[in-house]
Design a protein around this ligand. Structure first.
Ligand code: ADP
Ligand code: MG
Length: 277
């Protein structure tokens, strides 16, 4: 037998085979209203997953439950194989509407806040913390804005400040709720470039999105959610007609696009009934 025919047994590496998130039978209620029903899914370390679904599908609720901000009715969420996760390991970026942008803090302060979990609330940030914050701002292309008030930045720049905070925090899991809403195309591109940076760092990313094309193009898998989990798969397997109908129901419009992907739009907000998409 030649040496090359000897195949070493594959030893499972416990570090890489433990998923970043293991969600089992997650159900969440707001009073009697069931926002999430029996959701089970695993997300691997370093994966970037888009969550799509109609308004009220439970996207924000899922992100908040993972972030530990929303009590769950039943089920469990395990983080990197553990029941609990240190707060600094998760970075949660809420929808822009939920943030008071008049809050008088500088860009570098916001990024430094990402270090609080590491340095403790009442300790002063060290030179090392400041360097990490500065480097994070450089990586999202905002080093020149460090001393600006956060409220003076554009929407896209503000989102990138929060991505810089996640980088400075050295978070292993980034949760973002509709980060592209209200952003122009160049600002959206900047966000995707920053996500590519996070990919190199092995950060696991879960992002609620509206645009299915972007979900297909930039993310490893797409999670289709409509209170229940419809699918969580690479775009081609996720965007089947059956999955899209189950997710979007009556609001569905299907198109066969150039590369064969089905496209969907929610017609709820189109004032012109004959206006098509
Ligand atoms: P999505 O982000 O997909 O639009 P949400 O997670 O915000 O969906 O909402 C899911 C469901 O839970 C909706 O029916 C919504 O009305 C309800 N809901 C969300 N937040 C609250 C809340 N704070 N109190 C009561 N009901 C809520
Ligand atoms: Mg939402």
């Amino acid at each position: 037998m030649t040496a090359s025919s000897v195949i070493a047994p594959t030893v499972a590496d416990p570090v890489t085979t433990v998923p970043a998130l293991d969600i089992r039978h997650l159900t969440v209620h707001y009073r009697q209203n069931e926002a999430l029903h029996d959701v089970s899914v695993t997300i691997n370390v370093g994966e970037q997953v888009a969550i799509v679904g109609p308004n009220g599908a439970g996207k924000s609720t899922l992100l908040k439950a993972i972030a530990g901000l929303q009590p769950i009715t039943s089920g469990e969420i395990r983080y990197f194989g553990q029941e609990r996760v240190a707060p600094n390991e998760i970075a949660y970026v809420p929808q822009r509407l939920q943030i008071d942008w008049r809050f008088p803090v500088s860009v570098s302060d916001v990024v430094l806040m990402g270090r609080v979990g590491r340095i403790g609330l009442f300790r002063r940030p060290s030179q090392h913390d400041r360097q990490l914050a500065q480097r994070a701002l450089e990586r999202v292309g905002l080093a020149a804005f460090a001393n600006r008030q956060i409220g003076q930045l554009s929407g896209g720049q503000q989102q990138r400040v929060f991505l810089a905070r996640a980088l400075a925090q050295e978070a292993r899991l980034l949760l973002m709720d509709e980060p592209l809403v209200g952003l122009d195309i160049p600002s959206q591109d900047e966000i995707f470039r920053t996500l590519a940076t996070l990919r190199q760092e092995g950060v696991t990313v879960l992002t609620a999105l509206h645009d299915l094309q972007q979900a297909a193009r930039y993310f490893d898998r797409v999670m289709l959610l409509n209170r229940s989990l419809i699918a969580c798969a690479p775009a081609r397997a996720a965007f089947t007609a059956a999955h899209l109908v189950a997710t979007y129901g009556g609001h569905l419009h299907l198109l066969q696009s150039g590369d064969g992907l089905l496209t969907v739009a929610d017609s709820c907000c189109n004032p012109d009934p004959d206006g098509g998409l």
